[in-house]
Unconditional design. Structure first.
Length: 190
């Protein structure tokens, strides 16, 4: 199973992000569906079904506070010269600590999953260039410049979810398997 942990976005924020991404020409981009927009905390790649309950139990031990998150500006992974992912920045200093805590609890549980190898960068994936990224480069640069400082809004995250991704020809479909709630109130806006 392809498993990952996410923070869901409020509907009005998903609407703003989706509206912005709709400016990208469909011929050159595979856009993320509005209902699928989220902040990925951890990606566990392929995890055996037999380990699901143990993974869920490990996540029960993750302690975190409510998180003030703002979504502002647009970026590109790995770079504007080699675009693979167009995203909106998620800003919240304590998010990296939550990711570290999730990874530590999962590792301590003995569940063997393939975790993400790249450094964590909080973001919401909006679109990916289709096969010919060259044609999309100018559009990405223009879009990134237009929205470089755009404030999509802020919200307080009170939970994160473990989700399963099922790859389909139309794109991935996500199913929430379990949800984990914060212990206390704290704002992390910056």
């Amino acid at each position: 199973m392809r498993l990952f942990c996410t923070i869901e976005l409020p509907e009005e924020m998903r609407e703003k992000l989706h509206l912005a991404a709709s400016e990208l020409p469909g011929a050159h981009f595979k856009k993320v569906e509005k209902e699928s927009l989220h902040i990925t905390l951890c990606f566990f790649a392929e995890a055996p079904q037999a380990h699901l309950q143990q993974l869920q139990s490990a996540l029960e031990w993750v302690e975190f506070l409510h998180l003030g998150i703002s979504i502002k500006g647009i970026g590109v992974f790995p770079s504007l010269h080699n675009p693979a992912v167009l995203f909106a920045n998620a800003r919240c200093a304590p998010l990296e600590g939550l990711v570290c805590c999730i990874n530590a609890k999962v590792q301590a549980s003995g569940v063997e999953v393939q975790g993400e190898k790249r450094k964590f960068h909080a973001h919401v994936t909006l679109a990916r260039p289709k096969a010919n990224a060259e044609k999309a480069k100018a559009e990405i640069a223009s879009f990134a410049k237009k929205y470089s400082q755009f404030d999509f809004g802020s919200f307080v995250a009170q939970e994160f979810a473990l989700k399963k991704s099922v790859l389909q020809p139309s794109g991935p479909k996500y199913e929430t398997l379990s949800t984990y709630h914060a212990q206390a109130f704290h704002l992390g806006f910056r």
